[in-house]
Design a protein around this ligand. Sequence first.
Ligand code: NAD
Length: 416
Amino acid sequence: MNEDPLQIAHLQLEEAAEMMDLDDGLLDYLKTPDRVMQVKVPIRMDDGSIKVFTGYRSQHCGVRGPYKGGIRYHPDVTMEEVIALSMWMTWKCAVVDIPYGGGKGGVACNPKEMSSGELERLTRRYTSAILPLISPDRDIPAPDVYTNPQIMAWIMDTYSIFQGYSVPGIVTGKPVELGGSKGRISSTGRGVAITAREAAKKIGVRLNNARVVIQGFGNVGYYAAKILSEWGAKIIAVSDSRGGIYRAEGLTVDKVLEHKVKTGSVVGFNGTKEISNEELLELECEVLIPAALENVITKKNADNINARIVAEGANGPTTPDADRILDDKCELVLPDILANSGGVVVSYFEWVQDLNRYFWDEERVNQELERIMVKSFNEVLEVKRELGKEATWRAATMTLALKRVVEAFELRGLWP
Ligand code: NAD
């Protein structure tokens, strides 16, 4: 992240706290994580040398249930970043009202330069180091940047070896063969598509032929594009790290994917005009979905956004100083903690299925996801209506989350 994520997380919390007239002591309580563990992760590299990595696990606030959140493998992982990400998970779980608190973990490493064997040893050693913090009732990790179902399988196996029996509920985002959930892969994109569809309905935009622009054609961007186009929307532009493509008549999403798989990028797809990622964000459209990186909508370009709805597929795509500008420019902004929460919702379903040893079909997963996303969207709408223009969409969404966390805190009371 370019900007200080913990500072951004604190700013967003303070803004919502002010709206709610939250007690200063309670604000301090929520700014501080329940606990953070820093661990040494020494492993033997393929060349025989020993390399020591640093890992973290942050548990932000457990008043609503076990901690939940991904594990990130990236050279830039820091303790502050992990704390900020765990804080966002608290709000995200509260917005969609699933019984979890926020957690996040990470190891500072460069997985692109590591072999599969090195990654497996790193994962197993990291898991053993954070063992005192995690359990299906205490803290349930999941994938995040550069971690995947295979890495979740190694975490599950390591934890299970220490317990002496299989514990699928220790992580989510596992392969379906090991107790993963059907529909998990498409869940974040589906959640983005559902909230965008509801937002369109709310402001009187027909989804049929509505123009949709998507930055990032990875897991979130691809499934959001695919599902929205199945519902009749016209995907007029998509992009990846190499650049973007535009076609006013709309793109056939699966053909674009085929091209990306073949060539490594969406760029060069037949019959499209090449555009930059910056130009893409400023295209005239009904729905804009930033689904790649953080901090892409800033005070420099927010005023040029030409979308009626912005649905934040990525985490933190809008900087705090662009929030108000974006709110004034667009009719409806779906903040990340609402728009991209489909992934954690289906993670919750996965955990429920693991604990019950009873697995749902994909239709049920998608139906339950639809129900939760629509309900949460309407609840955010209601808070926004109550707070009026003064609150940005993000502040309204944060306020809903904060209310739920504070309610749980007050019911449980402060020990001793
Ligand atoms: P991914 O790695 O599958 O895809 C990322 C996409 O962004 C790729 O197409 C990549 O080419 C593109 N990209 C990278 N750098 C870019 C650049 N400079 N400009 C434009 N595009 C660029 O990742 P993902 O899982 O789709 O995640 C995308 C975002 O959504 C991240 O912010 C992630 O934290 C967030 N998110 C993901 C999930 C999930 O379940 N996958 C859940 C919640 C939030």
